[in-house]
Design a protein around this ligand. Structure first.
Ligand code: SAH
Ligand code: SF4
Length: 400
């Protein structure tokens, strides 16, 4: 892993005001599949016989080299480059703020056009977490989230919209741009080695875009991050869990957080629709799960709420027969929350019990807390909902 050269604990890009936002004038090619790229080439007059080869070239420049404009694509003929530039861009989401934590974690605030009003912008966050043996990028799938888990900051923000496949792939591209992490790195190492779909939003409520984006990210002629290094975290959208295994084939993480329906209904309201038993059955049915490809169960440690040894015992009982590991997440506080993080020795006792029962039970080290970049702290600057609006959204999420 490359050491960071920038000063720690710094703001590298000062947030630009929303009023300066200029929506893109042309569509970006980022996020298109090979078939869609071929269609776009057809639209600008590239002959059918040439399209496959041109798509290969474009794919290489876009996703392997990280080209930031068509001029760089020197193996593509000048005529096609200029046609492409007239109709399209290779723009990623616009970075409007970049913060670096004193532990090296970086958070980018990205600005996106609003779906229905081109004059307005939406914002989303994306976080890079460097460790000694890997660099993990935490990617968002929605602006906000409809699900309102009671301990999650993102859940207090209204859902504005789903991200497109291009905006999801674009987050990885922004990280590679900012970290100087494309194919021409001199020492051949990579900074972004792993992806976790654990940013803002519920990825399985934006299934098609998340699937299309992750298939691009995993393609080994481009960005090339293998499926084994991509983890999708869900709060438990049962019907889409098996689909995710079949159609995307990435590693699965389940935000469990409670072992009794009564408590889980409160912490993760989606549980009222898909209770624990159904959720665990979907995990048992997850294609490709094995001892080498275990399902991660995330469990946020909330003081006096879900952290007793009885909870740990029931957890072990529930997971019997599932290839599982348990990731204990110390609760990350955010302004206005009523929850507290469990005491450290309670987290250790809980972890030890699970470990002795035969499960790996690492405690996730909170990263980037000083810049509100840790799990569940992400929230872009969309106004908070009134209680009534929140209730209406919750009802919507329960009935769709
Ligand atoms: N919506 C998806 C993915 C995003 S959240 C999901 O819920 O799985 C990523 C993880 O952070 C989830 O396990 C989530 O429950 C957890 N999380 C949310 N708020 C948190 C907080 N304040 N402290 C610690 N973890 C939190
Ligand atoms: Fe949404 Fe996940 Fe937060 Fe729940 S924990 S509100 S599903 S982002």
């Amino acid at each position: 892993m490359q050491p960071t050269t920038e000063p720690r604990d710094a703001i590298l890009v000062e947030k630009t005001p929303l009023e300066t936002y200029v929506p893109p004038a042309k569509p970006s090619l980022i996020g298109l599949s090979r078939t869609e790229l071929a269609d776009r080439l057809g639209d600008i007059g590239v002959a059918p016989a040439q399209r496959k080869m041109r798509v290969q070239q474009l794919w290489h420049w876009l996703y392997f080299r990280g080209a930031q404009n068509f001029d760089e694509m020197t193996s593509v003929s000048k005529g096609i480059r200029s046609e492409l530039a007239q109709h399209f861009t290779v723009d990623r989401p616009e970075v409007v703020a970049e913060q670096i934590s004193n532990d090296g974690t970086r958070k980018w605030l990205l600005r996106l056009p609003s779906g229905d009003n081109v004059e307005k912008a939406h914002e989303v966050e994306c976080v890079y977490i460097p460790e000694t043996d890997r660099g993990t990028l935490c990617v968002s799938s929605q602006v906000g989230c409809t699900l309102n888990c009671s301990f999650c900051h993102t859940g207090t923000q209204r859902l504005v919209r789903n991200l497109t496949a291009g905006e999801i792939v674009g987050q990885i591209m922004v990280a590679r741009d900012r970290l100087n992490d494309w194919a021409d790195r001199e020492d051949g190492t990579r900074r972004v080695t792993n992806i976790v779909m654990m940013g803002m939003g519920e990825p399985l409520y934006n299934f098609d875009a998340v699937r299309d984006a992750l298939l691009i990210v995993g393609d080994n002629e481009g960005i090339g991050i293998s499926r084994r290094r991509i983890t999708l975290s869900t709060s438990g959208v049962v019907p889409n869990i098996v689909r995710a295994g079949e159609e995307i084939g990435v590693m699965l993480a389940i935000s469990l957080h409670a072992v009794r329906d009564e408590l889980r209904n409160e912490l993760v309201p989606l549980n009222r629709k898909y209770p624990i038993k159904e959720l665990l059955q979907a995990c048992r049915d997850y294609p490709g799960a094995s001892n080498a490809r275990r399902i991660t169960f995330e469990y946020v440690m909330l003081k006096g709420v879900n952290d007793s040894l009885d909870d740990a015992k029931l957890l072990v009982k529930l997971l019997k027969g599932i290839h599982a590991k348990i990731n204990l997440i110390p609760f990350n506080p955010w302004p206005g929350t009523a929850y507290e993080c469990s005491d450290w020795d309670q987290i250790e006792k809980f972890s030890e019990y699970i470990f002795n029962a035969g499960y790996s039970s690492p405690v996730r080290t909170p990263r980037g807390r000083d810049i509100l970049a840790a799990c569940g702290q992400l929230k872009s600057e969309t106004e908070k909902l009134s209680a009534r609006e929140r209730q209406a959204l919750r009802a919507m999420a329960m009935t769709d």
